[in-house]
Design a protein around this ligand. Structure first.
Ligand SMILES: Nc1ncnc2c1ncn2[C@@H]1O[C@H](COP(=O)(O)OP(=O)(O)O)[C@@H](O)[C@H]1O
Ligand SMILES: [Mg+2]
Length: 251
């Protein structure tokens, strides 16, 4: 029964268009994401990556087309979407522990489940030692780790990440990319990771959606079938990185 072997994708982006007045930013975008997949979107600055995420969360109105979650039009009231923004966001009056718990409180997790999951996540990312500190006592990269932990904690239908490590220096970025992969592998979340950094996309993603400049279309989808942990110096890694770079340079 062939129809049983291809389940409906978790996320379907269909005929998706966004215009600001006469400016067409996103022009008939199509792609799917499978449940538990980590997909990266790469594209030049200004091509509409943040706009796309804002449309998903309904912060911005979509011009045409739809995003479906489990076959239904995405609805932030009904579906569980989590975000990590480019700028680290932590509530200054809450401790690290209380910041990681925040998303689960908003989603009204039962108290017992919340405590259990909070301990589990803090342990998974090794934040126990800093759990009682306040955001003004920790570094920017630590703040971003909190935002990532908070987002994974709510067990989202879809976790949207908008260049979360773009501001950080290379060494920290490598470390946090490993942490992201570990969280994703352990918690089996469905993740859409936006970046303009091709190497980062090849390092973390199962599949890369390459966008064109405006009016933005999907230029290509590239499967990254490399074993983990991945190695930046592996010739196969370099080959995929070069291929994606060429797809973007072609314009
Ligand atoms: N509120 C807005 N009104 C008009 N144009 C906008 C607005 N927000 C973004 N844009 C334009 O949409 C394009 C895509 O922006 P953005 O989504 O931030 O790109 P990216 O995240 O890929 O760098 C840019 O040309 C930007 O100027
Ligand atoms: Mg952006």
């Amino acid at each position: 029964m062939a129809h049983c072997t291809t389940p409906r994708p978790k996320i379907q982006v269909s005929n998706f268009t966004k215009r600001y007045g006469d400016l067409t930013v996103l022009d008939n975008i199509h792609f799917d994401i499978r449940e538990g997949e980590l997909v990266s979107i790469v594209g030049p600055t200004g091509c509409g990556k943040t706009t796309f995420l804002n449309c998903m969360s309904k912060l911005t109105e979509t011009t045409e087309g739809n995003i479906f979650i489990d076959g239904e039009v995405a609805n932030p009231v009904k579906h569980n979407l989590a975000f990590v923004f480019q700028e680290p966001t932590a509530l200054p009056w809450r401790t690290v522990r209380q910041n990681v718990a925040y998303g689960m409180e908003v989603k009204k997790f039962p108290r017992d489940e919340l405590q259990k999951r909070l301990d589990y996540i803090l342990n998974l990312v090794g934040l126990e030692d800093t759990a009682d500190l306040y955001p003004n006592q920790i570094s920017a990269s630590m703040m971003q780790r909190i935002a990532v932990a908070r987002a994974f904690a709510v067990n989202p239908d879809l976790l949207l990440m908008d260049e979360p490590y773009g501001q950080l220096d290379v060494k920290l970025r490598f470390y946090l990319e490993d942490e992201l992969v570990k969280l994703w592998q352990t918690l089996k979340s469905t993740v859409l990771f936006v970046t303009h950094n091709i190497e980062e996309a090849v390092y973390v993603a199962e599949r890369i959606i390459v966008l064109t400049p405006k009016p933005t279309k999907v230029r290509a989808e590239v499967v990254v079938d490399l074993p983990r942990p991945r190695n930046f110096l592996d010739p196969k890694f370099i080959e995929i990185r070069r291929h994606v770079t060429d797809l973007i340079r072609w314009w």
